[in-house]
Design a protein around this ligand. Structure first.
Ligand SMILES: [Ca+2]
Ligand SMILES: [Ca+2]
Length: 240
């Protein structure tokens, strides 16, 4: 009923024509969005705070041996999520497959700093590695945004993102992204595409994923064999 009322408000505001100040229409739309929130129905745009870009554009040609998606050349359109999503990863504990990082600490992954500067990334050794965040409780996850080191347009290999209910990834494991098209990391053949790392990070929408732990694999990049991670954000709502 509330939604109906808000919609008729919008229609009324629009129909009353040029005489109306545009602010009134905006108010009606905002009110509709608020009403939708109450109803748990309307999705809202996910607002991300992006780091500074350090290069403009991406190379036209895909690096050899990659399975690239074509860069759009445009900013990423806003992603719509249910109202009430929070970044459940912020300041949460991080573990990794490498006992000791080569540079930095794994905690850098959830400290809120996404810049492409020295001191903002953790570097793990060559080969298949992962970092893993404990969200502290179960979330319905709507979006995951992952930044590797993005100081140049490199392509990270075998990017696989999984969610699970337990820290050992035995229970309720769901692979929500996998671009390892030749299964060189042995986690299964991925259907997702490789991509140039940029300041926007990689946004994944894990439809229907529920979990407490998020694990992110990689296996070096086109720049070198090392694995560099800068930040991850996991947007979701605590499961009731
Ligand atoms: Ca960080
Ligand atoms: Ca591969």
């Amino acid at each position: 009923m509330k939604i109906k009322l808000a919609v008729s408000l919008i229609l009324a505001a629009a129909a009353s024509g040029a005489g109306r100040p545009p602010a009134l229409l905006a108010d009606a739309i905002a009110s509709a969005a608020e009403t939708g929130k109450d109803a748990g129905a309307a999705l809202v745009p996910l607002r991300l705070k992006l780091p500074k870009p350090v290069f403009v554009g991406t190379p036209k040609n895909a690096p050899p041996g990659t399975n690239m998606e074509k860069p759009s050349g445009k900013k990423r359109p806003p992603v719509m999520v249910p109202p009430g999503c929070v970044n459940a990863a912020k300041d949460r504990p991080v573990t990794s497959s490498a006992p000791t990082p080569i540079i930095g600490e794994v905690e850098l992954l959830t400290d809120g700093d996404k810049e492409a500067t020295d001191g903002s990334y953790v570097e793990l050794a060559r080969g298949r590695q992962y970092v893993q965040v404990d969200l502290g409780k179960k979330y319905d996850i709507s979006a995951i945004v992952l930044w590797h080191y993005h100081g140049d347009p490199r392509v990270y290999h075998d990017v696989v993102i999984q969610t699970a209910l337990d820290a050992d990834f035995i229970s309720g494991v769901k692979t929500v992204f996998n671009n390892d098209h030749d299964n060189s990391s042995g986690l299964g053949v991925g259907r997702d595409r490789e991509y140039f790392e940029t300041y926007e990070g990689k946004l994944v929408e894990p439809k229907g994923a529920t979990g407490r732990y998020v694990r992110m694999y990689s296996r070096g990049s086109t720049a070198d064999e090392m694995n560099r991670y800068t930040e991850v954000e996991v947007y979701g709502r605590p499961e009731k």
